[in-house]
Design a binder for this molecule. Structure first.
Ligand code: HEM
Length: 420
C-alpha cells in the first residue's frame, strides 16, 4: 500500500487532527492518498481517501457499497448489534435507524430514492421558502432577548439549532400542538449525552405513526401526505415503516448538519470582513457564497463508511474486497488539484454559472437528498442575520471559539455574538 511518509495507521481521535483537520488531512492527502486509519469503535483499520477524484470514485462507483451485507461472501458478523450498542438505541426501534436510505444499495436504494424524490421535490423546497423566511424572521426577532448578562448571544443555541428543526416540522407537516415536543427532542438529540437518542427516537416514531393515521384519513399538502400518496408505475409504495424511517432520516440527517452550516458559515463571514462586506454590498451573491461556505467550512468532513464489494484499485493502491473505506470530504474540498488556492475563502468562487463542484453534500447515488433545502436555509439565515444586525460581530477572539471535536464533523459548541 502506498503510504509513503505515513507508516502507522492514522488515529482519527488524534487531538491535532481533530483541532485542525484542514491541514492534517492535507498532509495525509499528499503523503498517503489511500491511508490506513483507526476509527473509534472499530477494531480493524479502515482506509481513508482524501483526494478529490478518489473521493468522487468511492462515492459514485457501485463497487463500493454502504451496507456490508452486500459484500459477496463477506462476514458481516454482528455489525448491526455493534451499532445498536454503540449508539445506545433501544433494540425494538433499531429498524428505524439502521435501515434508512443510507443503509441500502443498488436496486433497493434506487427504489427508495425514486419514491421519496416524487414527494420531496425541488418545487416543494421552493414553495417552502416564504415559510423558512417567516420562521427565521421570528427567531431573529427573539434573538436580542436571548442575550446573557454580558450582552452576547449564542447563535448556535438561539438560532442555528431552532431554525432547521422548525423547518423540518413545517416540511413534514407536524401539527403546531406537537411542535414543542419536537423542539425538545431536537434539543436532546444534539446533547451528545450517552443514550440521548432514546427518548427523542421513541417520541418521534410515535408522533410520525400517529400522523400517518391522521393524514391517511385526511390528506393535506404536506410532505407526509405526499409520501403516503406516492407510488411508481407498478403501484409500488412506501410501507408505513419506510415512511417513519424516511421522516426520521430527514430529521436526523438534516438537523445538526444545517445548524452547523449556519454556525460555521457565520463565523467564517465574521472573520473575513472583505468577504462579508462584498456580500452585504451584493446580496445577489448569496447562493454562490453558500456553495463556497459549504466547501470552506461545511459541517460534514467524512461520509458514512463504504465497503469494497470486490477488489478495487484506486490511485495505484489495491483495496481488498470487504475493506471499509471512508471518503474524507474536507480532503477533497481543499485538494489543490481541483480548487485553486483552496485555503482562501472566496464567496464568488462557484459563480460563472458552473454547477457546484465541492463535495460538502457528498456525491453520487447517496448525494444529499436535502441539499437544496439546506442551501435555502443557509441563504435565508445568513441574509436575515446580515440585514437585521448591520453591526454583527464575534464576541470573542476567533481562536477562543469552542468546538465539539468529533471525527468526520466540524461543529461549533457555541458562537458568542454581539448583535449591535
Ligand atoms: C446524505 C450532508 C442537510 C437529508 C448526505 C450526505 C452528506 C450530507 C455528506 C452523503 C452521506 C454519504 O454519502 O455517506 C449534509 C449537509 C447538510 C445536509 C452538510 C446541511 C448543511 C440535509 C437536510 C436533509 C438531508 C436538510 C433533509 C431534510 C439527507 C438524506 C441523505 C443525505 C436523506 C441520504 C441520501 C441517500 O442515501 O440517498 N447529506 N446534509 N440532509 N442527506 Fe444531507
Amino acid at each position: 500500500m502506498s503510504t509513503s511518509g505515513i507508516t502507522e495507521p492514522i488515529d482519527l481521535m488524534d487531538p491535532d487532527l481533530l483541532h485542525d483537520p484542514f491541514h492534517g488531512f492535507a498532509r495525509i492527502r499528499e503523503e498517503a492518498p489511500v491511508a490506513r486509519a483507526v476509527f473509534p469503535g472499530k477494531v480493524d483499520p479502515i482506509l481513508l481517501v482524501t483526494r478529490y477524484d478518489d473521493v468522487k470514485t468511492v462515492l459514485s462507483d457501485q463497487r463500493f457499497v454502504n451496507n456490508p451485507a452486500n459484500v459477496p461472501g463477506g462476514d458481516v458478523g454482528n455489525v448491526r448489534e455493534q451499532l445498536i450498542k454503540m449508539r445506545g438505541i433501544p433494540p425494538e426501534y433499531a429498524k428505524y435507524v439502521l435501515e434508512s436510505i443510507l443503509d441500502v444499495d443498488g436496486a433497493d436504494h434506487i427504489r427508495l430514492r425514486r419514491l421519496v424524490s416524487r414527494a420531496f421535490t425541488a418545487r416543494r423546497v421552493l414553495e417552502l421558502r416564504p415559510r423558512v423566511e417567516e420562521i427565521a424572521g421570528a427567531l431573529l426577532d427573539e434573538l436580542p432577548g436571548k442575550a446573557g448578562p454580558d450582552g452576547t448571544v449564542d447563535l448556535i443555541e438561539g438560532f442555528a439549532y431552532p431554525l432547521p428543526i422548525a423547518v423540518i416540522c413545517e416540511l413534514v407537516g407536524i401539527p403546531e400542538e406537537d411542535r414543542p415536543a419536537w423542539r425538545d427532542w431536537g434539543r436532546s438529540l444534539v446533547s451528545l449525552q450517552p443514550n440521548a437518542m432514546n427518548e427523542p427516537l421513541i417520541g418521534m416514531v410515535h408522533s410520525i405513526e400517529n400522523l400517518i393515521l391522521r393524514r391517511r384519513a385526511e390528506p393535506t399538502g404536506d410532505l407526509l401526505s405526499s409520501l403516503i400518496r406516492v407510488h411508481d408505475e407498478d403501484g409500488d409504495r412506501l410501507s408505513d415503516q419506510e415512511m417513519v424511517t424516511m421522516v426520521l432520516t430527514l430529521v436526523l440527517a438534516g438537523h445538526e448538519t444545517t445548524a452547523h452550516l449556519i454556525g460555521n458559515g457565520t463565523a467564517a463571514l465574521l472573520t473575513h470582513p472583505d468577504q462579508l462586506e462584498r456580500l452585504r454590498a451584493e446580496p445577489e451573491l448569496m447562493p454562490v457564497a453558500v456553495h463556497e461556505l459549504m466547501r470552506w467550512c461545511g459541517p460534514v468532513h467524512g461520509t458514512r463508511i463504504r465497503y469494497a464489494a470486490e477488489d478495487v484499485e484506486l490511485g495505484g493502491v489495491k483495496i481488498a474486497q470487504g475493506q471499509p473505506v471512508m471518503a474524507i470530504l474536507v480532503g477533497a474540498n481543499y485538494d489543490p488539484r481541483r480548487f485553486a488556492d483552496p485555503d482562501r475563502l472566496d464567496i464568488t468562487r462557484e459563480s460563472e454559472g458552473r454547477r457546484e463542484t465541492h463535495v460538502g453534500f457528498g456525491s453520487g447515488l447517496h448525494y444529499c437528498l436535502g441539499a437544496a433545502l439546506a442551501r435555502q436555509e443557509g441563504e435565508v439565515a445568513f441574509a436575515g442575520l446580515l440585514r437585521r444586525f448591520p453591526r454583527l460581530a464575534l464576541a470573542c477572539d476567533p481562536g477562543e471559539l469552542q468546538r465539539h471535536y468529533l471525527p468526520g464533523s466540524w461543529r461549533l459548541a457555541g458562537l458568542p455574538l454581539r448583535l449591535n
